[in-house]
Design a protein around this ligand. Structure first.
Ligand code: HEC
Ligand code: HEC
Length: 621
């Protein structure tokens, strides 16, 4: 069971004297001081992991390695944390907009705290009296009183926040912006952002950060999305950024490239990282290449980490944690639904625990694994996967310089009802992504034998089980309702709706039906020139585009095929100077605001019953 390939340095156990400065020495951190999809109770007896696909949390006895119970919590649970030194758990139920509080010993649900939208990371203080939760959209931290289960404050924390860590000694929270990987510090006394560490504009997908127990550093796993080298080498690259937390001289943010950390051994999609309680070891899991780096944390501000070894893991590892005594390290393989246990002396795997059953059909599971992997037959050079740009079906917030022109990544939610695909309707089925797999972007062997048919020519569906499975997964994303319409449409949104439906603005002429699009899978496709196709000199397919669905656009900025409208207001004003995209120039500022309020409320009801009534067919694969 020796799974550590290339095991380098002996374990160094002495921290250089004087390494810890000021407040950082006084309060060692709990495992649960930083967010993760996995946590260990302070007494070291229980492990909890959230099973996103199952909607459950598994509780495992650390000594016997038995799953004690699997607790249903709702749709897409993400962050999980034990509360203080208790066996109570807080779980961020991402798609149900709530924090579930559970008793891990009895399995009872103790309470539920409704949140605004998309809770992701959760941490507790040591006393177990307070919880903090990142709400990804729009980018806030909710502070919760454990005793009363009330939200005490909502703290603005940037845009689209996921990662979260608490430093009790400095009374600060550290938060990562998901789509920029910027780190934001919130002073808990003042309840305000007091510091910010921004990286280059290409930095992306920072889901988590961990604090070093003594060094005044935070470590952030993330990628870079280099949109201008779409067809070249390394358009998505893996990093760990090291943040110097005390105020001081620039630069306070250093980015360590994980693809050149070990010579030419390339990894993809860093998801989480963990630091051992003594601050000496770090393990970072790579969800695209199914492996992890074990490194030694160095007490120098130049190299920061040295390489110890590689762990070969199961499918799509998303979480990693150390036990409170530092003797074991746990890795959660999301698409094997299991937990691997390593002993940290020599990184031998000592146990493999099945934490829940796969809720997916064999076909869905195969498609999902293909979507998340950066390995063959999907990818030749280990540095990208479909999920690098479409994480969990969401857009990556980027506009790529594609051969056909600038192309903003679109959401995959609801796509099963809005074929054809791509802004220019240049593909009619997901199986056409065999061109992407074999092309310069991914350079994979591919999923079907023989020639790939032209995208709009004879079908590529039905020719390969694997390719059909990829289509099944891609078509499986369903729209969540807009958080802006939880209690129905507001007054402003109703006024906006009337404008939207009016003959004056013409919006509903093209944005029609339950998905707010006139797009249809039958030929001829209906494409429209709405005056947006002239500003990009590199455009090869415009000026007509497939009408996009408007469901879920509250969270998918930037807008339009070229991403040149930063906000919905810009779509209706600066990006529509000649009234070619509906008629908007006659609207007052207040009317534009009403219209935007309506757009942000979509979907305010489940579109599927109306789709069924209208006879719209769901494309399964
Ligand atoms: C480098 C980032 C990147 C990667 C990797 C990537 N995509 Fe995309 N995806 C995009 C962009 C940008 C668009 C919009 C392109 C266009 O319209 O021409 C898009 C559009 C799509 C759409 C169309 C959605 C709709 O509603 O029309 C689908 C489906 C899709 N991608 C699936 C995949 C699959 C499957 C893979 C892996 C084989 C993949 N993508 C890999 C960036 C990426
Ligand atoms: C003639 C058909 C047509 C009309 C009328 C129309 N749209 Fe569009 N709409 C489109 C097309 C096509 C696009 C894609 C254009 C592009 O990306 O360059 C689009 C894009 C959008 C987008 C951006 C979506 C995204 O995901 O980036 C929004 C928002 C939008 N329209 C709202 C409206 C509103 C509000 C009105 C009424 C004022 C309106 N549209 C009128 C066809 C239309």
């Amino acid at each position: 069971m020796r799974s550590l390939v290339r095991f380098g340095l002996a374990v160094i156990t002495v921290v250089a004297a004087g390494a810890c400065g000021g407040a950082w020495c006084s309060a060692p951190l709990l495992a649960g001081s930083s967010n993760s999809l996995l946590d260990i109770s302070a007494d070291g007896r229980l492990i909890a992991c959230s099973n996103r696909d199952n909607g459950t949390v598994s509780v495992i006895d650390r000594e016997t390695r038995q799953v004690l119970r699997e607790l249903p919590v709702g749709h897409k649970p993400e962050g999980v944390s034990f509360i203080g030194d208790t066996h109570q758990l807080a779980v961020a139920v991402y798609a149900d907009d709530r924090l579930a509080l559970l008793d891990a010993d009895s399995g009872a649900e103790l309470g539920s705290v409704p949140l605004f939208d998309e809770p992701y990371g959760v941490v507790s203080n040591r006393a177990g009296t307070r919880l903090w939760v990142t709400e990804e959209y729009p980018g806030e931290v909710a502070e919760i009183d454990v005793a009363t289960r009330k939200v005490l404050r909502r703290l603005p924390a940037g845009a689209m926040c996921r990662g979260l860590a608490l430093s009790e000694s400095t009374n600060r929270l550290y938060v990562t912006e998901y789509l920029t990987s910027a780190v934001v510090a919130i002073d808990l006394e003042a309840g305000q952002v007091c510091d910010r560490w921004q990286g280059p504009a290409s930095e992306n997908l920072a889901r988590q950060l961990v604090l070093h127990p003594t060094r005044g550093k935070a470590y952030v796993p993330h990628i870079r999305s280099r949109v201008t080298v779409h067809q070249g080498e390394g358009s998505v690259l893996p990093y760990v950024s090291v943040i110097d937390l005390p105020a001081g001289e620039e630069p306070r943010r250093k980015t360590l490239p994980m693809d050149s950390f070990v010579g030419a051994f390339v990894v993809a999609n860093p998801w989480e990282t963990a630091i051992s309680p003594d601050g000496e070891q770090m393990v970072t899991v790579f969800a695209g290449t199914d492996d992890a780096f074990v490194s030694q944390v160095l007490d120098d501000n130049y190299r920061e980490l040295s390489f110890r070894g590689v762990l070969r893991l199961g499918h799509n590892p998303r979480a990693v944690r150390f036990s409170p005594d530092g003797t074991e390290c746990y890795v959660y393989n999301a698409l094997d639904f299991d937990l691997w246990v390593y002993n940290t002396q020599n990184y031998e795997r000592v146990a493999q625990i099945a934490v829940c059953k796969s809720p997916l059909t064999a076909e869905q599971l195969e498609g999902k694994r293909l979507f998340y992997t950066a390995l063959e037959p999907m990818v030749g050079r280990r540095w990208i996967s479909c999920s690098s740009c479409h994480p969990d079906g969401d857009p990556d917030g980027r506009t790529w310089h594609n051969p056909e022109g600038l192309r903003n990544t679109m959401t995959l939610f609801g796509m099963a009802y809005t074929h054809p695909i791509h802004w220019s309707a240049d593909r009619d089925e997901v199986q056409d992504f065999e061109h992407t797999v074999r092309g310069p972007l991914m350079q994979g062997r591919g999923l079907l034998r023989g020639k790939v048919h032209e995208s709009l020519g004879e079908p590529n569906s039905g020719r390969s089980e694997a390719l059909d499975a990829l289509a099944v997964y891609s078509n499986s994303h369903e729209f969540p309702l807009s958080p802006h319409a939880k209690t129905g449409l507001s007054e402003a949104a109703r006024r906006g709706q009337a404008l939207f439906l009016s003959a004056e603005t013409k919006c509903a002429e093209c944005h029609s039906g339950p998905f707010y699009t006139d797009s249809r899978p039958e030929r001829p496709f209906r494409l429209h020139d709405v005056g947006t196709g002239r500003s990009d000199p590199g455009e090869k397919l415009g000026p007509k585009y497939d009408t996009p669905s408007l469901l879920g656009i509250y969270r998918s900025a930037p807008y339009l095929h070229h991403g040149q409208a930063a906000t919905l207001t810009e779509v209706l004003t600066t990006a529509n100077p000649k009234d070619e995209h509906g008629r908007t120039s006659q609207l007052s500022a207040a009317q534009i605001a009403d219209l935007v309020e309506f757009l942000k409320s979509l979907p305010f009801e489940d579109p599927l019953p109306a789709a069924q009534a209208a006879g719209l067919k769901k494309i399964e694969k």
